[in-house]
Ligand binder design. Structure first.
Ligand SMILES: [Zn+2]
Length: 200
C-alpha cells in the first residue's frame, strides 16, 4: 500500500466517507484538489467550514436551513392545512422545484429499513403525529420514492394516520417509474405526479 503524507491520507479517508466514493476516487479527487491554485483551495475549504457552522434543521419541518424556522415554514402565504411528508431534504427540494405544492413539509429523516436498523423510532414519526394532533390538517401527501422501502414507509404512515378521520391521506400518482428517485425525476413528471395524487 502506498503511504501518502498524513494530511493527504487524512483527506482521502474523509472523502471515502461520502456515498459512492471509494479509495481510488477519493485519491483522484484529493490529487486534483492539490493541483488547484491556492485561491480556489481556500474557497473550497471555506465552503466546507461554512456549511459546518451555519446549516441547521428547521424545528418545524426538519428541512436543512440557515434559519429557524426555515423560509417555507415562515411563509404566511403557504397552506398550513396541507403537509407533504418526504424522506430527505433533497426530496423536499425536488417537490419545491415543481412550484406545484404550496403547503408545508415534514422531513422524516429516511425511510423504514429494518434490516439496516432504521425502525420507526429512528424516523421523525412521533413529531409528525404531534403536528397532526396540534394543527388542523386536511391533507397529508406521502411523497416517497416508488421503491420497496418507500412503499413500506407509506403503508406504515397510512396505518398510523388512519385514526385521524378528517385527514385525507394521498400519495403521488404512479407516473414515476418503479424504483426511481424523486430527486432525479424531471419536473414535469413530478408536477404531474403531484397534480394527479390520489388517496392511498
Ligand atoms: Zn421549516
Amino acid at each position: 500500500m502506498i503511504h501518502f503524507p498524513k494530511p493527504i491520507q487524512n483527506l482521502i479517508e474523509q472523502f471515502c466517507k461520502l456515498p459512492g466514493i471509494g479509495p481510488k476516487t477519493a485519491e483522484r479527487l484529493v490529487f486534483a484538489f492539490l493541483k488547484w491554485p491556492q485561491k480556489n483551495k481556500q474557497e473550497f475549504a471555506d465552503a466546507f467550514s461554512e456549511i459546518n457552522g451555519s446549516i441547521i434543521h428547521c424545528e418545524h419541518c426538519f428541512n436543512i436551513s440557515e434559519k429557524n424556522p426555515c423560509s417555507i415554514c415562515a411563509d404566511k402565504a403557504r397552506d398550513r392545512a396541507k403537509i407533504c411528508v418526504v424522506a430527505e431534504p433533497h426530496d423536499l427540494a425536488a417537490i419545491e422545484n415543481t412550484d406545484e405544492f404550496k403547503g408545508l413539509y415534514h422531513v422524516l429523516g429516511g425511510v423504514l429499513e429494518p434490516l439496516y436498523g432504521v425502525t420507526p423510532d429512528k424516523l421523525r414519526i412521533n413529531e409528525l403525529l404531534a403536528k397532526v394532533q396540534k394543527n388542523n390538517i386536511s391533507e397529508i401527501i406521502l411523497a416517497f420514492n416508488p421503491d420497496m422501502e418507500g412503499e413500506a414507509t407509506m403503508i406504515y404512515l397510512k396505518n398510523i394516520l388512519q385514526p385521524f378521520k378528517k385527514i385525507q391521506i394521498t400519495r403521488l400518482a404512479r407516473g414515476m417509474p418503479v424504483g426511481s428517485d424523486l430527486e432525479y425525476t424531471d419536473e414535469i413528471t413530478l408536477t404531474n405526479a403531484l397534480k394527479n395524487r390520489r388517496e392511498i
